[in-house]
Design a protein around this ligand. Structure first.
Ligand code: 8YV
Length: 326
C-alpha cells in the first residue's frame, strides 16, 4: 500500500548513506539496513507493495517475479548500468518502466579493467602472494618476469562508453594500439582520437590482440561469446580481461584454456555464478580475481544512487525518466 501521499519506494540493498537520506527526503522509503539479499518471493512482494522498486544486480527480476499480481510498481529504477538482471521484455509488456544508471560509473569501471590488465601482465597478485607468504628470497634478474604492456595491442569488444574509456586509458596512458569489434561504432572523431582500428569479426580481433577486454552488455547474443572456440582464436600469449558480465565468458572453458596455456592469463571482475567462482580459477597464479568492484568507489556508488533517484523523481512527476531503457 502507498504510505501517505508520497510514492512508496522499496530499496532492495543498503545504499551509501547520502543516497538513502536523499531518497527519504523524496519518498516513503523502505530501506534494507541489514542488506539481506531479497528472494524471488520478496521481490514479487515488493512489486505488489510499492509504486517503485530500486534493485541492484543481485536481484533477478525474472518473468515469474514480474508476473506478481496485483502489480503495484510502475517503475524499476535499477542501481547499475547493466540491466540483464531484469527481463525488460516482460517489464515492457506489463507496462513497468525500467531505468539504469549510465555514465557515472564509466571511469571507475575502465580503471578496474586497466588495473586488471596491468596486474595480470605484471604478475602483481602473484608477487604479493609470494611476498606475504614469506616466499620472496630477494631480487633476481629473472625473478617473476611478466609481459610488457606499453605499445602492445588491446582488442576492445564493445566500444561503448566503458570500452572507449578503457581504450582512452590504454592508448593515451600506455601507448597501446586499439582494435575494436562492436556492432555500432562510435563517432569517427572518437575512433580517430584513439587511432583505433575496427575489426569486422571477433575472430579477426582475437587474432591480433595481445589483450582482449570485454565491454559488451550481456544479451542472448553475447552469452558465452568467449568459449572454447573463441578462446582458441586468441593470439598466443594473450590475456583476457572481463569487467562486463561473467556470463559473457564460458568460465569452465576459460579455466581449461588457462590451464593448457591457450590463454596466457586473465583478469576477472565478474563471474558466471556470482559470488561463486570456479574452484580451478582460484588455484591459478596467472589469474587476477576481483569481487565485482568495477564501480565500487564512494563517489561513484553515491552518483549511481542519485541517478536512480533522478529517474524515480522524474517518473513520479509524470516526466520522462532520463535513463529509461524499457
Ligand atoms: C554495479 C555493474 O556494481 O553497473 C553495473 O552494471 O556491473 C556494477 O558496476 C552493479 O551492477 C550494481 O547493481
Amino acid at each position: 500500500m502507498s504510505k501517505g501521499s508520497r510514492p512508496h519506494v522499496i530499496v532492495t540493498r543498503r545504499l551509501p548513506e547520502p543516497v538513502e537520506a536523499k531518497l527519504e527526503e523524496h519518498f516513503e522509503v523502505t530501506l534494507n539496513p541489514g542488506d539481506r539479499v531479497f528472494s524471488a518471493d520478496d521481490l514479487a512482494g515488493a512489486l505488489r507493495t510499492a509504486e517503485g522498486l530500486l534493485p541492484a544486480v543481485t536481484d533477478k527480476l525474472t518473468s515469474d517475479v514480474l508476473s506478481a499480481e496485483p502489480l503495484k510498481a510502475g517503475i524499476i529504477a535499477n542501481f547499475g548500468v547493466g540491466y540483464n538482471n531484469i527481463d525488460v521484455e516482460v517489464a515492457r509488456a506489463k507496462g513497468i518502466v525500467v531505468t539504469n544508471t549510465p555514465d557515472v560509473l564509466t571511469d571507475d569501471t575502465a580503471d578496474i579493467a586497466m588495473a586488471l590488465l596491468l596486474s595480470v601482465a605484471r604478475r602483481t597478485g602473484e608477487g604479493e602472494r609470494q611476498l606475504r607468504g614469506g616466499k620472496w628470497t630477494g631480487w633476481a634478474p629473472t625473478h617473476m618476469l611478466g609481459t610488457k604492456v606499453s605499445d602492445k595491442t588491446v582488442g576492445v569488444v564493445g566500444l561503448g562508453r566503458i570500452g572507449q574509456a578503457l581504450a582512452r586509458r590504454a592508448h593515451h596512458g600506455f601507448g597501446m594500439k586499439i582494435l575494436f569489434y562492436t556492432p555500432s561504432p562510435p563517432p569517427s572523431e572518437v575512433v580517430s582520437e584513439l587511432a583505433a582500428e575496427r575489426r569486422h569479426t571477433l575472430e579477426e580481433l582475437l587474432a591480433d590482440s595481445d589483450f582482449v577486454s570485454l565491454h559488451c552488455p550481456l544479451t542472448p547474443e553475447t552469452r558465452h561469446l568467449m568459449n572454447a572456440k573463441t578462446l582458441g582464436q586468441m593470439k598466443k600469449g594473450a590475456y583476457l580481461i572481463n569487467t562486463a558480465r561473467g556470463e559473457v565468458v564460458d568460465e569452465a572453458a576459460l579455466a581449461d584454456a588457462l590451464a593448457s596455456g591457450v590463454v596466457a592469463g586473465a583478469g576477472l571482475d565478474v563471474y558466471e555464478r556470482e559470488p561463486a567462482v570456479l574452484p580451478e580459477l582460484l588455484g591459478m597464479e596467472n589469474v587476477v580475481l576481483l569481487p565485482h568492484l568495477g564501480s565500487a568507489t564512494e563517489e561513484t556508488r553515491v552518483a549511481m544512487g542519485m541517478r536512480a533517484l533522478d529517474n524515480l523523481t522524474a517518473y513520479f512527476r509524470g516526466e520522462p525518466p532520463p535513463d529509461r531503457v524499457a
